[in-house]
Design a binder for this molecule. Sequence first.
Ligand SMILES: Cc1cc2nc3c(=O)[nH]c(=O)nc-3n(C[C@H](O)[C@H](O)[C@H](O)COP(=O)(O)OP(=O)(O)OC[C@H]3O[C@@H](n4cnc5c(N)ncnc54)[C@H](O)[C@@H]3O)c2cc1C
Length: 324
Amino acid sequence: MPDKRIGIVGSGIAGLMCGQLLKDAGHSVFLVDKGRRAGGRMSTRNKRPWQWDHGAQYFTVRDQRFAPYIEALNEKGVVSEWFDLFPGQALGKKEARYIGVNGMNVIPKHLSSGLEIHQSMNVEKLDYENATWQLMMESGEVFSCQELVLTPPLPQVVNLLEGSNLLNQIADSKRLASVNYEKGLSLMLVLEKPSQIPMPGCLKLENELVSWIADNSKKDGFSDEYCITVHASPKYADATWNEQNSVVANAMIESIQPLLGSKIVDWHIHRWLYAFAKNPLKTAFYREANMQLTIAGDAFISSRVESAALSGISAAESLIQSFK
Ligand SMILES: Cc1cc2nc3c(=O)[nH]c(=O)nc-3n(C[C@H](O)[C@H](O)[C@H](O)COP(=O)(O)OP(=O)(O)OC[C@H]3O[C@@H](n4cnc5c(N)ncnc54)[C@H](O)[C@@H]3O)c2cc1C
């Protein structure tokens, strides 16, 4: 099947893993993504000399199919272990939590190597006719392929298919449309002095407003600047979606003041319309064989980096098998 071209929408971890495996198996692949950089929610905000991981904070490796990729990245110095126990956690709960060295985004950057990726390309509409997919970009450009893999958060996939009058051709469209995502909000702070966050430099909180706080200076490869990432609880992110940034920042800062213990030099907010899938589907990916369409990403199995990667891997393995 050497002539088939495979298009992947999304250069997050799911799209990248899928693309790498298909390329390694000798297939012709391209990726398009509306973001400026590859990585999706595995993102690092840079405002030199300041730097924050503001999406995914760490990831686990529980599945033996994911482990070899992370071992290889570890050997190359792209990935390292951050910690294996939260403060106060029982020893029996030990589990390695991995990060990208010098920022989570170095992982997708590394995985992009050798792939044909077109960033800043927003797919506005799809067309499927005569066994060929056409991807219409906001810029007016058009990409064609015979196999299509969609990896954005599932509600965005459903909207795209619906807006292209294709959702009614998907057998399981109701199940796909049933997946909902929680909103997210990341507050990035710069402190004047070191924070009071205990080692390893992060805490899960059960505060009404804040669910997570992390000191980026405690991570491998980050500078000693006091850059703190604070995540709003999903409930607070949702309730304050249209609220002024300064109001939200002040309320969140007040609720975690003892953990900061310092004057704030600068702050930024990033909002995530689709942060985590609330009710992921139980299969690793979805395939509509009659339309040469595959859907993957973190809406399958569980909304985590490892699951998204495994969804991309499983989708690629199934496609490679079907081409034989
Ligand atoms: C604040 C936050 C904290 C998190 N913390 C953790 C954590 O600590 N540990 C963990 O394991 N997971 C965490 N997660 C979840 C994890 O980041 C995701 O599960 C995983 O990164 C999803 O990867 P993906 O490839 O499925 O999707 P994404 O990374 O979202 O990639 C999808 C890509 O599709 C692109 N796209 C969307 N629509 C279009 C379009 N129309 N045209 C072109 N491109 C398009 C997007 O730009 C994006 O790059 C966190 C997520 C958030 C938001």
